[in-house]
Design a protein around this ligand. Sequence first.
Ligand SMILES: Nc1ncnc2c1ncn2[C@@H]1O[C@H](COP(=O)(O)OP(=O)(O)OP(=O)(O)O)[C@@H](O)[C@H]1O
Length: 430
Amino acid sequence: MLTGKINRTDETPAIVVRNVSKEFVIPHEKRTTLFENIKGIFSPPSYEKFTALKNVDFVVERGESVGIIGDNGSGKSTLLKIIAKILRPTTGSVEVNGKITPFLELGVGFQPDLTAKENIEVYSTIMGISRKDIAKNIDNVLDFAGMSKFRDTKLKNFSSGMQVRLAFATAIQSTPDILLVDEVLAVGDIDFQQKCLDIFTNYKKQGITMVFVSHDLSAVRRFCDKTLLLKNGKVVAFGKTSEIIDKYVYGAKTEEIAPENITHKESDAPGNSIASGLQQETDKKQMEVDGRWGNHKIVISDVQLFDKYGHQNNKISTGDSLTIKIHYTAHEPIQEPVFGIIISSDNDILCYGTNTDIEGLDLGTVSGNGSIDIVIPFMPLLNGKFYITVAAHSKNNVTYDWLDKKYYFTVINTGRKIGMTNIKSEWIIV
Ligand SMILES: Nc1ncnc2c1ncn2[C@@H]1O[C@H](COP(=O)(O)OP(=O)(O)OP(=O)(O)O)[C@@H](O)[C@H]1O
């Protein structure tokens, strides 16, 4: 829908955020009834202040695409709203040089009792588009939103995702100067997301300045020259996107991974199907306590996970290495024990299992304390939370210790491939 390259000769930065802090005032109680209001005369209302942003300082140069990433509640949307002038900073200042188009809270202003077509007309009029152009664009907008057949359907009959799609399609009719985008990719199916990404690519080619809040790190990696990492309202880092994503994934404080800290209830566990065939039933019935069983001649005392930097961490990027260190105590000399792991997904799909016997490793006789590492040099899993089962057993399957899905790690997809796992493939042009 957009043509032509924006002519930029001005060297002034597009956005200058200087020392911005934002405090929200949260009342402790809400007075709704007359009685509560009369009572309130004698007890003044109490408030709590919450600092959502603290001394945020950065500059977006013209034509740059800047990502804002961080955990939930870190202040990303608040910062974007302050840049868009929807919210005022408590202290500090924001200077914007250019016409800003915020793709935030898309669809605010849409009327539930108007049809899709009527809403496009109203929204486009507010955006300052001429009647002639609106009439010319309507089919394109509906087509982009994938809603051509709902032209005369009232908005209230659409899902919230459909409404955002319609609003996005309507909003991209005018050429932005500085574009602020908040999580628009979170709505819509893969086709719609792809269309949005194509639009952003087009904007980028035209030199439009973009600030892009997203939890989708692969989209941030693809579009953003620079990225700002927020944590608890403060800037942790600002710089080259790949370095900041690495900082986000690996720089955060290591999560606790001890079994007792895992909020994975036994009732949630989908049973021990993966154990069947690998586990002696009688042994299991006798010994099973809270997802753990075995005769404990060898006890698995701890399991630690290490990232590519050698830091204890259970959060890694896809494609990076993960080392699982199994600490054990053999209470008597045990000949040729076998150590194994099973990795299963959050929804109990068995992803991978191996053990020292399968790998042809003879451990000889073990006794006392020891540890063994399994190194995954290239994590092929793409995204999600994965549980690890760790076991020590004999070659003929007498279980010494079995910890069923007691540990977990999270893989963050920072690339562009989709699905559960990265299947090695190559394209050949024939
Ligand atoms: N109007 C408000 N009044 C009080 N607190 C607010 C208000 N708006 C946001 N907050 C709080 O400020 C903090 C930052 O919120 P914000 O929405 O900016 O975070 P975010 O990083 O965008 O989170 P998410 O990734 O979940 O969208 C949160 O703790 C939120 O509860």
